[in-house]
Design a protein around this ligand. Structure first.
Ligand code: COA
Ligand code: MG
Length: 291
C-alpha cells in the first residue's frame, strides 16, 4: 500500500470523509491525535466508523491504538476488534515482546469475535523509543501478523532528550537518518514493507514529492499521510513510471530469451540476478497500483 492517511479518531468531521478518501489505507488514530480527555469518545467513534463501513469493503481501515506500556491499549483493542479493522498499528513499540503481546491479545479477541486467527495484521511504529532501535533486526520473531514497519522522529527526539531532529536546512540529523535506515533494513530482513514517516508541512506539495522520491528510491513501499491533499502526491510517487515498467519488461524479456546465462546485457549494461528481482518488483508494484 502506497498511502496511509491518518484520521484523528475523535473528529466526527474528518471521520465523515472516510468513504471519499483516496488513500490506499486509512488509519483511525486513538493515540497522539486524540487528547487524553477525548480517548473514550474517540474509541466509540472509531468503532462506529468501522461498523458503518459498506460491505464489500472500500479501502482498508486500520486503527492506531495507544502504547502497550500505558493503561489504554487493551481497552482500545477490546473496543475496536469487533468492528473488524483491517489492521492494528502499534506506536512506541519497545521490544519484540511488545509485538508478541499484541499478537496474543489479538488472537484472544479474534476468538471472542468469531474471526479467523491471524485475520488482523499489525504494523509497528519502529523508532519512537530509543530501546526499539536495538530490536529492529529481530522482527521476524514477531510472527506472521507483522506486515509493515514505519517510523517516527518526533517521539524519538523526546525519548532522547534532544532539542531538534533536523538541521537548519530541514534534513534529518544523523541519529534520525540512522533510525530511518534501521527501519529499511529491519523491514527487509523480516520480509515486510517499510513505510516512510509523515511529511508534516502538508501545504508543501513539492517538498512532499521530493521526500517521496527519496523514500521510494531508498526502498520504502509507501508513506504515511496526515492530510487528504497529500494522498495523490504519494500515490503517484510510489507508482512505477512508464519508463520503469518498460525497463522491467525489457529485463524480463532478456532473461526469458537468455541462453541460460546468469549474466546478460541490456543497452550496454550488465544484467544479473538482482536486476531480475528489481524488475519483478517493479512489475508487481505496477500491478498493485493499477488495482
Ligand atoms: N482526514 C480526513 N479529513 C481531513 C483530514 C484528515 N486527516 N485532514 C483534513 N481533513 C479535512 C478537513 O476536515 C477539511 O474539511 P472540512 O472543511 O469539511 O472540515 C478539509 O480536509 C481541508 O482541511 P484543512 O482546512 O486544509 O486542514 P485542517 O486545518 O482542518 O487540518 C490537520 C489540518 C493537520 C489538523 C489535519 O489534516 C489532521 O487532523 N491531520 C491528521 C492528524 C493526525 O491524525 N495525526 C496523527 C498522526 S501524526
Ligand atoms: Mg507520535
Amino acid at each position: 500500500m502506497r498511502s496511509w492517511l491518518f484520521i484523528p479518531g475523535d473528529s466526527e468531521r474528518k471521520l465523515a470523509k472516510l468513504d471519499a478518501l483516496e488513500s490506499d489505507a486509512v488509519i483511525l488514530d486513538l493515540e497522539d491525535a486524540v487528547l487524553p480527555e477525548a480517548k473514550t469518545v474517540a474509541r466509540k467513534r472509531v468503532r462506529e466508523a468501522l461498523d458503518a463501513r459498506p460491505t464489500p469493503r472500500a479501502a482498508p481501515v486500520w486503527v492506531r491504538i495507544n502504547p502497550l506500556d500505558g493503561p489504554l491499549a487493551l481497552a482500545d483493542l477490546a473496543a475496536v476488534v469487533g468492528g473488524r479493522p483491517d489492521g492494528i498499528m502499534l506506536p512506541k513499540f519497545r521490544t519484540v515482546a511488545d509485538l508478541q503481546r499484541l499478537d496474543a491479545a489479538l488472537a484472544a479477541l479474534e476468538a471472542r469475535e468469531g474471526l479467523a486467527e491471524n485475520s488482523i495484521p499489525m504494523v509497528a511504529v519502529g523508532t519512537e523509543t530509543a530501546r526499539s532501535l536495538f530490536e529492529l533486526g529481530t522482527l521476524d520473531a514477531a510472527g506472521p501478523r507483522l506486515q509493515g514497519l514505519t517510523w517516527g522522529a518526533e517521539d524519538l527526539a523526546v525519548d532522547l532528550g534532544a532539542a531538534r531532529n533536523r538541521d537548519s536546512k530541514g534534513e534529518w540529523l544523523p541519529t534520525y537518518q540512522l533510525a530511518r535506515s534501521l527501519v529499511l533494513a529491519g523491514a527487509a530482513a523480516a520480509g515486510i514493507q517499510a513505510i516512510d514517516t509523515v511529511y508534516t508541512d502538508f501545504r508543501d506539495r513539492e517538498g512532499l514529492r521530493e521526500s517521496c522520491r527519496r523514500a521510494r528510491a531508498d526502498g520504502f513501499a509507501g508513506k504515511l499521510a496526515i492530510h487528504p491533499d497529500q494522498v495523490s502526491v504519494i500515490n503517484e510517487a510510489f507508482t512505477p513510471g512508464d519508463d520503469e515498467v518498460e525497463w522491467a519488461r525489457a529485463v524480463i524479456a532478456v532473461f526469458a530469451e537468455g541462453s541460460g546465462d546468469g549474466a546478460l546485457s541490456l543497452h550496454g549494461k550488465l544484467l544479473d540476478a538482482p536486476h531480475l528481482k528489481q524488475a519483478q518488483r517493479i512489475l508487481a508494484q505496477a500491478a498493485q497500483s493499477a488495482r
